[in-house]
Design a protein around this ligand. Structure first.
Ligand code: SF4
Ligand code: SF4
Length: 247
């Protein structure tokens, strides 16, 4: 039985969950939610949320701070002094499960960071390695922040799906880091960030004939913020190759 089976989901209570633009689009489209229903920016001065995985974004309304784009938290229904991912469905505590049992309420649409936990790639990107999950990852003494009740074993995991999840998650976060580089050249207000993302992701599929002649077909294509855009409300983009620009 997976350790998650009857767990109170300490992971969904302890961590700020970084999301990629692809995660945001999937949840918006799949659940009919808007960006402002579930996305927030968490200030991350020491990089403990990004953890060399998610990019930092800067915004002109708080220019001194670096942020990670994450899922919103809200107060726990049963443990009032604690918070949890707003998509967590909590069960009431009972004698057998004093911390309750909890489930992801958006399982099929959950972000890549949730899909891969508690695995990461080995240095050669060939094997899924199980993290040494700490007993508790969040400051404070609330027992509900305790993590996995026992160490994970390789036999707890399917031999294929975790690798697929790691590949997709890594690819999407790499793309999101490219987008962060572009945004951070000229940060705009948090209020226009969802419009920026929507425009970038709407341009992610193109016809071959629409590629500029100088682009090599084997180079990744990203949507780049147009340098001559003066009006932050009317963000315009051009399809370009980040590598060919920076070359
Ligand atoms: S804390 Fe560990 S065992 Fe519990 S739901 Fe999260 S990953 Fe699964
Ligand atoms: S999206 Fe689901 S799996 Fe991820 S933190 Fe929230 S409740 Fe947990």
């Amino acid at each position: 039985m997976s350790p998650c089976e009857d767990c109170h989901a300490g992971c969904c209570r302890s961590f700020a969950v970084p999301v990629s633009g692809a995660d945001i689009m999937r949840i918006e489209h799949g659940l009919g939610l808007s960006f402002w229903d579930f996305v927030c920016r968490w200030e991350d001065p020491d990089g403990r949320i990004a953890l060399n995985y998610a990019p930092h974004f800067f915004f002109e309304d708080e220019p001194e701070s670096q942020f990670v784009i994450s899922l919103m938290h809200q107060k726990s229904e049963y443990f009032k002094e604690t918070t949890r991912c707003q998509f967590l469905t909590e069960g009431s505590p009972d004698d057998e499960h004093p911390l309750g049992q909890a489930r992801c309420g958006i399982y099929n649409f959950r972000p890549g960071a949730c899909r891969v936990f508690p695995t990461k790639f080995d240095p050669a990107n060939e094997l899924a390695v199980i993290h040494d999950v700490p007993a508790r990852s969040r400051d404070g003494h609330a027992e509900v922040y305790d993590l996995c009740s026992r160490p994970w074993e390789p036999s707890d995991l399917d031999p294929i799906q975790p690798l697929h999840n790691l590949v997709v998650s890594q690819y999407e976060m790499q793309y999101f880091r490219s987008i962060a580089e572009i945004w951070n050249r000229k940060p705009r207000a948090w209020s226009v960030f969802p419009d920026f993302l929507r425009l970038v992701y709407a341009r992610r599929v193109v016809r071959e004939e629409d590629l500029k002649p100088q682009l090599m077909p084997d180079k990744p294509v990203v949507a780049e913020l147009s340098n001559d855009c003066e009006d932050p409300a009317v963000l315009s983009f051009e399809i370009s190759s980040q590598r060919s620009r920076s070359a």
